[in-house]
Structure formats: structure tokens, C-alpha cells
Design a protein around this ligand. Structure first.
Ligand code: FAD
Length: 303
């Protein structure tokens, strides 16, 4: 009831889009997920602040997503408000060695802009399909680098709708984690610092990373990247493969034949099937190696 009241109150005030019962499968790279009770795409920080203030006023939970490339949304959907930080918060500016990017800027665009400006350190982002906001929160990384190495500071909005600026030292970076995980802060902008490098060298590295992803990842099927974090000193994919899980299937969900740390949606996979497969894989690895794999993918919604 309060979600409906929220919707009718806010829809007349918001510049961005707002919808009831939006299927989350349209907003996740896995193409899985039931409806969001209310789904909104703010156009600008003022819109986001408005959504947060009214969500608080109506006592509704608020869930934020970016490009949906690291989330598993339940088949039952998400209660309350889902806010997608995307094209409405996607300004990008270059100034010397600094790049300022909105939370909704895609990493591919950020990496290309840095390359065109002759700024190195962003190369590893080539082929990671998320947004700036998602990548900062997840401390996304590859090839020995991660987003935390690049960030000079971030701007967030808190649940009261206040703007908070944090410099890199306050973000508590870890392996695929940052101090922003589990907080009520939404990343609306980040400032990155690169170093001058020849454009041709940057382009060469980016192409090398993209080619390696194309040959090793099952990009022909909807997926959500690596399911599990690598355990200390090892590789989750190798353990899963050696535990005999490659190709294991439940309904439309399958442990990829190409990369065992990926679960692919062969068509019509349900979130429940993916979760069952995840726990079957985890049990087998635990039984064989005594290692309990930790999930990298975030699970959202009513399970
Ligand atoms: C094919 C493929 C390859 C991948 N390769 C890599 C890789 O090499 N390295 C790697 O680290 N990841 C990889 N990923 C995972 C994913 O792309 C990254 O984690 C990415 O940073 C997630 O960004 P997103 O915008 O999609 O976030 P989402 O999946 O939408 O959200 C992820 C988490 O961040 C939160 N969040 C999102 N946006 C914001 C925001 N603006 N403010 C606050 N919280 C927010 C969400 O609530 C959620 O908890 C891969 C995924 C795929 C599908």
C-alpha cells in the first residue's frame, strides 16, 4: 500500500522514469529476477535525493543497482524501491590526470575515455561490464589491478538525502570489497587518477585483455561473471573444475563448460535454480578440499 502511495506521490515530481512491477530480468546480465515493487531511474542527483527522502518518509526499503552484472535477484522480486543508477547519472569529465565520472558511467566508456586522453592505469577495466558505482562498491578488478588503486575520492548520497564526500583513504578497500558494502550510501560520482601513458600501449593492453576474456569466458550466454571469490592462494574456477562440477545443471542454470566459476543461463533459468546450483558446487568443493568458497555475486530480494 505504501509503495503505491509512494509511486503516486513521486511520479509527478521525478524527472527520470518510474514504474510499478518492473521485471528485474530486464536489468540483470543473467536475465533473471522477479518484479521490483517500484523501479526508478533517477535523472540527476536531485532526483535521487527525492527518491531517498520519500522512501524514508514512507518507510520503504531502497535497493540500488547499477548495470546488474554482479547480482542475483530472487524470483519473488524486490520489495520497496529499486533505484537504478544509470544513464541519468553519467557525466564524464577529464582534467589533467583526473577523470570525474558519474556513478552510472559504464566502465567501457571510462576506460576508452582514459585511453583517448593518454591516461594509463584504467586498462584492466576493459571487458568488465559494470558501472562506476557498482565497480567502486565491489572494488572490481582484474589482471592484478582493482578500482581502489585508481580512486581519489567518491561522492555519495545517504539515506537522509545528504551528500557525503569520502577520500580514498576512508573507503577500506579489500579484495572485491569496500567500506561502502552494507552501508546506506549510494555512489553518484567518483574521481579517478591515472598516469600519462602512450595511447598505443594502452590500446594494445586493452585489446589483449578483451581477447583473453572472449576466449576464456562464456559470453555467449547470460551470466554474472565469477560466482565465487578466489580463496587465498588459489582459484575458485580450478577448484570447482577439479571437484567435477563443470557442466553440472539444474533447470536452465549450468556451471559453464568453458569457465567453471561462471554459471550460465541456458534459457529461462530461475534464481532458485541458480542458488541450488551454487550451494551444490560449494558443498562439493568443501567436501573435496575443505575450502568454503565465498560468494562474489550479491543476492537481492525475497528468497
Ligand atoms: C561477463 C562478466 C565479467 C565480469 N568480470 C569481472 C571482473 O573481471 N572483475 C570484477 O571485479 N567483476 C567482474 N564482473 C562483475 C561486475 O561486472 C562487477 O562487479 C561490476 O563492478 C558491477 O557493477 P554493476 O554496475 O553491474 O553493479 P550491480 O551488479 O548492479 O551491483 C553490484 C553491487 O553494487 C551495489 N551498487 C551498484 N551500484 C551502486 C551505486 N551507485 N551505489 C552504491 N551501491 C551500488 C549493488 O547494490 C550491489 O550490491 C563481471 C561480470 C560479468 C557479467
Amino acid at each position: 500500500m505504501s509503495a503505491l502511495k509512494f509511486f503516486s506521490r513521486v511520479s509527478g515530481l521525478l524527472r527520470g522514469k518510474i514504474r510499478l512491477g518492473e521485471p528485474m530480468s530486464l536489468h540483470t546480465s543473467w536475465k533473471i529476477g522477479g518484479p521490483a515493487e517500484v523501479f526508478a531511474e533517477p535523472r540527476g542527483i536531485d532526483d535521487l535525493v527525492l527518491l531517498m527522502k520519500y522512501a524514508r518518509r514512507y518507510g520503504l526499503p531502497l535497493t540500488v543497482i547499477g548495470a546488474g552484472t554482479n547480482i542475483l535477484v530472487s524470483d519473488g522480486g524486490i520489495s520497496g524501491i529499486v533505484v537504478k543508477v544509470g544513464g541519468g547519472l553519467a557525466d564524464l569529465k577529464l582534467d589533467g590526470s583526473l577523470v570525474t565520472a558519474g556513478g552510472g558511467v559504464r566502465l567501457a566508456r571510462l576506460a576508452s575515455a582514459a585511453r583517448d586522453a593518454g591516461l594509463g592505469k584504467f586498462e584492466f577495466l576493459a571487458g568488465i561490464p559494470g558501472t562506476v558505482g557498482g565497480a567502486v562498491v565491489m572494488n572490481a578488478g582484474a589482471n592484478g589491478s582493482s578500482v581502489g588503486d585508481l580512486v581519489a575520492g567518491v561522492t555519495c548520497v545517504d539515506s537522509a538525502g545528504d551528500i557525503i564526500r569520502l577520500d580514498r583513504g576512508r573507503l577500506n578497500w579489500g579484495y572485491r570489497s569496500s567500506g561502502l558494502q552494507g552501508s546506506d550510501l549510494i555512489v553518484v560520482e567518483a574521481v579517478f587518477e591515472g598516469i600519462p601513458r602512450e595511447r598505443e600501449l594502452i590500446a594494445r593492453d586493452m585489446e589483449k585483455y578483451l581477447n583473453s576474456r572472449n576466449s576464456s569466458q562464456p559470453l555467449e550466454y547470460p551470466n554474472s561473471g565469477s560466482i565465487f571469490k578466489n580463496p587465498p592462494g588459489g582459484f575458485a574456477g580450478k577448484l570447482i573444475q577439479e571437484a567435477g562440477c563443470r557442466g553440472m545443471r539444474i533447470g536452465g542454470a549450468q556451471v559453464s563448460e568453458k569457465h567453471a566459476n561462471f554459471i550460465v543461463n541456458l534459457g529461462g533459468a530461475k534464481s532458485g535454480e541458480v542458488l541450488e546450483l551454487i550451494s551444490a558446487v560449494r558443498d562439493r568443493v568443501l567436501e573435496k578440499y575443505g575450502i568454503s568458497l565465498e560468494m562474489e555475486v550479491k543476492v537481492l530480494g525475497r528468497h
